[in-house]
Design a protein around this ligand. Structure first.
Ligand code: ATP
Ligand code: MG
Length: 354
């Protein structure tokens, strides 16, 4: 029996357009072995489009991908277009409209990735669960008394009970399927309204998941520990801002930005989830065919898992992990000489050997 999935592809800008075809090739290859049939619809939503047509995506764009099973995004961003355009013109509307309130970042040290931290502690394997739609990144606030000595900017952070409880429940539930250890990132010694509320809801969630052992750590102390001893973590749950910083830091700890994947999940599955490598459009290497497609391929593996195909997801993971362990398969960012295509072909070979 064949299971069909319709995937919306948003290649975006720069190397985003170079790393998605490898991810699709891997999906097709593993799909053939597992009776999965992928159909792709490609959307040219990008900074490129913003420059020529004045908007990242067309009006009503979100309705065109609302009924797809998942969204796979390459990278959006270009030096001539301000960052907030790609963020508020595409990424944030998708995350909010489709209630992708979980941002999930697996952090694993893979063989063959040159990282000083990784060499010291190779058994790094944790996930950062970031709240993705509310918190510190709100549009509420403004500027007062412009031009006067009393001029000020006010930015409000919004933490709702519902929004906080659902991200905490997701994080605790994931911890239960892993090693059962959760750390909550807080700063309730300095932020006196929202963070104590967050802490209170963490205590309540902890009581709902008695099998998970949890503690809270102030974000400043926590980032130091993530750098110095990343192998001690299993699940870290954090607000939108803290999670944003933590997940990029953690990706760097694990090695190269070119390999880190991210999932923007709608756990209820009433809207599509979106999978995007952590890296940007990398204008400095765009068009050379040298980009590392691993981040995008890892995204494909996470997507398979989310779509209910954990075995196929593991096969993809094992294929790229074993490929990476061979020195001559590595791309330039990892100190090798392989091109995007060469690395992809080796992953495809590893998949069929499986
Ligand atoms: P953005 O603002 O879109 O996040 P950025 O400039 O902050 O972009 P990247 O585009 O990720 O960040 O580029 C950072 C550096 O990492 C660049 O030197 C780029 O070439 C390199 N890089 C990023 N992704 C990859 C990849 N997949 N393969 C190889 N090198 C990469
Ligand atoms: Mg950047």
């Amino acid at each position: 029996m064949t299971t069909r999935h319709r995937i919306a592809l948003i290649p975006g800008d720069g190397i985003g357009t170079e790393v998605l075809p490898p991810a699709c090739a891997v999906l097709d290859a593993v799909g053939r072995r597992h009776g999965l049939d992928f159909t792709y619809d490609t959307f040219d939503w990008s900074c490129q489009r913003y420059v020529t047509e004045g908007a990242m995506m067309p009006e009503g764009g979100l309705d065109r991908i609302r009924h797809h099973d998942a969204v796979l995004l390459g990278a959006v961003g270009w030096p001539t277009v301000p960052d907030h355009v790609s963020l508020w013109g595409l990424l944030i509307p998708i995350r909010r409209q489709f209630q992708q309130y979980v941002n999930l970042r697996p952090i694993k040290v893979l063989d063959g990735v040159p990282s000083p931290v990784a060499r010291a502690t190779p058994d790094v394997d944790f996930v950062v669960v970031r709240e993705n739609v509310e918190g510190e990144y709100s549009e509420i606030g403004g500027r007062l008394n412009r031009g006067f000595p009393t001029e000020m900017a006010v930015q409000e952070a919004i933490f709702t009970r519902q929004g906080t409880e659902r991200i905490l429940d997701y994080a605790f539930a994931i911890a239960r399927t892993r090693r059962g250890e959760l750390v909550s990132a807080t700063k309730s010694n300095g932020i006196v309204h929202t963070m104590p509320f967050w802490d209170e809801l963490v205590r309540e969630a902890g009581a709902r998941f008695p099998e998970v052992s949890w503690r809270q750590e102030h974000i400043d102390a926590l980032v130091a520990k993530v750098v110095l001893d990343p192998s001690r973590f299993d699940v870290i749950v954090a607000s939108n801002l803290f999670g944003d910083i933590l997940s990029d830091l953690a990706a760097a700890v694990a090695g190269s930005i070119g390999i880190a994947p991210a999932a923007n999940l709608n756990p209820e599955r009433d809207h599509p989830s979106m999978f995007e490598p952590v890296h940007g459009s990398a204008p400095d290497i765009a068009g050379q065919g040298s980009a590392n497609p691993l981040g995008a391929i890892w995204c494909a593996s996470m997507m398979l898992d989310h779509l209910g195909h954990p075995e196929a997801a593991t096969e993809v993971f094992d294929a790229f992990a074993s490929t990476l362990a061979t020195a001559d398969a590595r791309t330039a960012d990892l100190g090798g000489t392989a091109t995007t295509k060469e690395f992809t072909d080796l992953v495809l070979q590893a998949l069929t050997r499986h």
